[in-house]
Design a protein around this ligand. Structure first.
Ligand SMILES: [Zn+2]
Length: 291
């Protein structure tokens, strides 16, 4: 499932590749994934992409007039391609973009240097593909009230890597959530962007067990959880910037410390990593160094 670091890479790369380009074509080979009408999809043609960013586990494409919001859920993936390249199966939406004058000023430094960056005078496509069709692409035309599930007022807390999420804000917000730490980190209303994999990583970095309850934490443990959150995510983003492009649909997780590494040695203390699967989702942790 794409989480904050995965989507950060896609957002930074696609922002550098696509902003200031005009939509030339909009197709929906898998219309089930699209929330909106065919006319609303076609209305994107001729609009320039002015911004592309991530918020929580959503990708937001802002055009001159309208907006597109993608929630990739479990298996949604994005691909950057040359027009004419074979469109993979289970592709839900293809947006074709025309040339532009230059890479916009706001693009991330690492992405503007990418060898995969399409030339400014070339056409380029993005494809949104989803083998399970669980993810959704929401068309939000200007002036149309369309609530994107999970993005309504109060659904999303601050992004987990937002510098505005200070220790004081963290201490305030966490009071409302007495339950298990893993669920707390995955709760998008508390902080946005963390899911099943990175919650395990953050808890390992904080040396806290996933099924501990927040209500039972000492104040310094609440602070330790905060201290582990942003560095865990930003370190992953650093790795993914090098490992993911140009295959943006690839999910790279092999460098993680504990998640999905059950039975292997903990990189910190050498204890065999434990794994449980409540509800079919893997939770991994170390009994040696997490308490
Ligand atoms: Zn350990």
């Amino acid at each position: 499932m794409p989480e904050l670091p995965d989507l950060a890479i896609v957002a930074e790369a696609f922002n550098a590749a696509l902003v200031d380009r005009e939509v030339r074509s909009a197709e929906a080979p898998g219309p089930l994934a699209v929330r909106g009408t065919p006319a609303e999809l076609q209305a994107l043609v001729g609009q320039r992409l002015t911004d592309l960013r991530r918020r929580g586990k959503f990708l937001i494409l802002q055009f001159d007039r309208d907006q597109v919001v993608v929630n990739p859920m479990l298996t949604g993936r994005f691909q950057l391609a040359k027009p004419g390249e074979k469109v993979p199966s289970k592709t839900a939406v293809v947006l074709g973009f025309g040339p532009r004058a230059k890479v916009p000023r706001g693009a991330s430094a690492w992405a503007r240097k990418g060898s995969w960056l399409p030339p400014d005078d070339a056409d380029v496509e993005i494809r949104y593909r989803d083998p399970t069709q669980m993810g959704k692409l929401y068309l939000v035309p200007h002036g149309v009230e369309r609530v994107v599930p999970g993005m309504a007022e109060g659904d999303l807390g601050p992004d987990a890597d937002d510098p505005a999420l200070t220790l004081d804000v963290w201490r305030q917000r966490i009071r409302r959530h007495p339950g298990e730490l893993k669920n707390l980190l995955k709760n998008q209303g508390f902080i946005a962007g963390v899911g099943n994999a990175y919650s395990d990583e953050i808890l390992h970095a904080a040396r806290l067990l996933p099924f501990r309850k927040r209500a039972d934490l000492a104040p310094e443990e609440v602070d330790a959880l905060f201290a582990a959150t942003r560095p865990t995510l930003t370190a992953a983003i650093e790795v993914l910037r090098k490992r993911v492009p140009p295959t943006f649909e690839k999910q790279v997780r092999d460098f993680l410390a504990v998640h999905d590494k059950g039975g292997t040695a903990c990189p910190r203390c050498g204890t065999k990593i434990s794994e449980v699967k409540p509800g079919g989702f893997v939770t991994s942790f170390c009994r040696g160094c997490q308490r």
